[in-house]
Design a protein around this ligand. Structure first.
Ligand SMILES: CC(C)(COP(=O)(O)OP(=O)(O)OC[C@H]1O[C@@H](n2cnc3c(N)ncnc32)[C@H](O)[C@@H]1OP(=O)(O)O)[C@@H](O)C(=O)NCCC(=O)NCCS
Length: 195
């Protein structure tokens, strides 16, 4: 596949999704060191700037290997980094990937993931040729479950005691959306170019 496909710039009404840069390290650390944001994540909150730098470098490496798409979510109004969204565990033969997202607490409840998620899903289906996008969340993560349902995902199963993070064992709820599922109605237009 052309390498540009894994380094897109995706525009929505209020947001720009584009690959993270090292300059984003401080903002990224601020977001992902917040225990509220990381409450249902499968890793502990970040603690040092090196965590953010490593994440950005590893993300860009995995995009170069065409294994995932990990994009910063930026507010068009201020240029501020609101969080990140990603398609990962990409399986080219099975035309499948997993979706994940995380926003800084101050950006919750504004429908940003609805907007960013729909644009990313559309890109996955139309540009990467995916047939299926799946998501795995902690069943207690109500905001994420609501966001997924709004994005047209259906819950497909529950995997018991799948994770242990900092000694806490948790289940995983599995969600899926197929390209052939009914499209979700959205007003936002989306445009994609290369980074
Ligand atoms: C999950 C998440 C991305 C949702 O994004 P969002 O842009 O806030 O989504 P929405 O604005 O559509 O809100 C979804 C739901 O979140 C909940 N929510 C929003 N703001 C909230 C807040 N300040 N406190 C608690 N819940 C809140 C609401 O239940 C809302 O549902 P509603 O619209 O029916 O009221 C965001 O909450 C987040 O980053 N959470 C932490 C990271 C995470 O858990 N990611 C999922 C793992 S993949």
């Amino acid at each position: 596949m052309p390498k540009e496909l894994f380094f897109p710039v995706i525009e929505t009404e209020r947001l720009t999704l584009k690959p993270l840069a090292i300059d984003d390290s401080d903002s990224l650390l601020e977001i992902f060191s917040d225990p509220e944001v990381m409450r249902y994540w499968n890793t502990a909150p970040w603690t040092t700037i090196q965590d953010a730098i490593d994440f950005i470098n590893e993300s860009n490496d995995s995009m170069r290997r065409q294994e995932s798409l990990i994009l910063g979510v930026y507010l068009k109004s201020t240029g501020e980094l609101a969080g990140k969204c990603m398609l990962f565990s990409y399986d080219q033969e099975s035309k499948r990937a997993e979706i994940g997202f995380g926003l800084g607490y101050s950006c919750w409840g504004k429908g940003y993931i609805n907007e960013a998620g729909e644009a990313l899903i559309k890109y996955g289906f139309d540009s990467l040729g995916l047939r299926r996008i799946e998501a795995e969340i902690d069943p207690d993560n109500q905001s994420s479950a609501k966001a997924l349902v709004k994005l047209g995902f259906s819950q497909e199963g529950l995997l018991r005691q799948r994770w242990e993070v900092n000694g806490i064992v948790s289940d995983s709820a599995m969600y899926g959306r197929l390209v052939s599922d009914c499209p979700v109605q959205h007003n936002q237009a989306m445009q994609a170019t290369s980074a």
